[in-house]
Every structure is written in structure tokens, then in C-alpha cells.
Design a protein around this ligand. Structure first.
Ligand SMILES: [Fe+2]
Length: 187
């Protein structure tokens, strides 16, 4: 896939939600679209700023590797979904949107290491992927992660991510967030 212009990025993202949103989300009870829309809803209900709501909405876009331009994928080595998504979105959105997305898996590994009750919050699928993602952080990784300028935002996103997995919850459609996303695009 070729590079996408800033003027068509929201259409592209909306199109991905429409075409691919009904795909299952790695053994969770919700679809990918339900999960991302609910994560954004959690952010909004928590009173988050716009950049955090958009980060929540787009945090798993990196799962759709073939919807991401080659130039973005070429920036990553392993192209884990958080890295692929962030490397794609950084061409269009400010760092306040991109960095919490890049860190949302690291934040899970961090919380597993520093919060004794965090593991109970994770869904069974999320517990299963933990070891593939490196398991809980060690002491050196914790110190390193805490230097991250977007520590708080990354942790908040992680909690909303964990809460956005309710098959019965009613949530707004993608169109509800369109003008907010547009307002954050870098031109
Ligand atoms: Fe997620």
C-alpha cells in the first residue's frame, strides 16, 4: 500500500473500521471495532483530552498490517502492532496521540510488574499474550519506562484498553469521532 495523504487519512481509517471492524479481536468477546470504539468511549467518560480519546480509538490500528503503507512498516523491525500503528500514525498525528499507542503494550508489562492486582483486570486473551510480549517488566525496564514523557497517558490508555472488551456495551459509532480526529491531524 502506498503512502496516504493527510487529507485522506480519516477516510482511510473510517474505511478500515467499516471493512475490517467486524473481525474478531484475538480471542476476545468483542470485535476489533467494538473494542477500539469502547476504548475511546472509556477515555471520553473518564474526561480525557481529545488526543487521548483519539489515541484510545486508534490504539490497535497496527493489527491491520496490510492497511498500513509500506513506508510506515519499513520503519519497524518486528512490526509488533503497537509499533506498526505508531509508526503509521506519526505521519499524521501529534506525539500526544502516537506515543501512548506506541507504549500501550509496554504499559501492560509495566503494570503487571508494579501493581499486584493488575493481572486480575486482564482478559484471559490478554494474559495469554503477556508472555509473548516479554512478560512483566524487570527492574531495569521499569526504571527505563518511567522516564517516558507519556508515562501517565500510556497507563491511562492501557486501563481503557482493558475495559473496552464488553460484548454488551452500547457505544458511539466511528462517525461520532470524525471531527475530533480531523481537528488533530497535522497539516
Ligand atoms: Fe487493545
Amino acid at each position: 500500500m502506498d503512502r496516504i495523504g493527510a487529507d485522506s487519512i480519516v477516510n482511510h481509517i473510517e474505511d478500515v473500521f467499516r471493512r475490517r471492524g467486524s473481525e474478531s479481536y484475538l480471542g476476545e468477546q468483542v470485535t476489533m471495532a467494538q473494542h477500539m470504539l469502547q476504548t475511546a468511549q472509556c477515555a471520553e467518560l473518564a474526561g480525557a483530552v481529545g488526543s487521548q480519546i483519539v489515541a484510545a480509538l486508534l490504539h490497535d490500528i497496527g493489527h491491520y498490517k496490510n492497511e498500513i503503507p509500506e513506508t510506515s512498516l519499513a520503519k519497524g523491525i518486528d512490526n509488533f502492532h503497537e509499533e506498526a500503528g505508531a509508526n503509521f500514525l506519526e505521519d499524521y498525528f501529534p506525539i500526544s496521540v502516537v506515543e501512548p499507542i506506541r507504549q500501550h503494550v509496554a504499559a501492560k508489562r509495566y503494570l503487571c510488574a508494579v501493581k499486584s492486582d493488575y493481572l486480575e483486570r486482564l482478559s484471559p486473551a490478554s494474559v495469554r499474550t503477556l508472555s509473548l510480549q516479554g512478560g512483566p517488566m524487570n527492574a531495569i525496564e521499569i526504571v527505563e519506562f518511567e522516564r517516558n514523557d507519556y508515562l501517565e497517558q500510556s497507563i491511562q490508555l492501557r486501563y481503557w484498553d482493558d475495559d473496552g472488551k464488553d460484548p454488551d456495551r452500547v457505544h458511539p459509532p466511528f462517525s461520532y469521532y470524525r471531527s475530533l480526529i480531523e481537528s488533530l491531524i497535522k497539516h
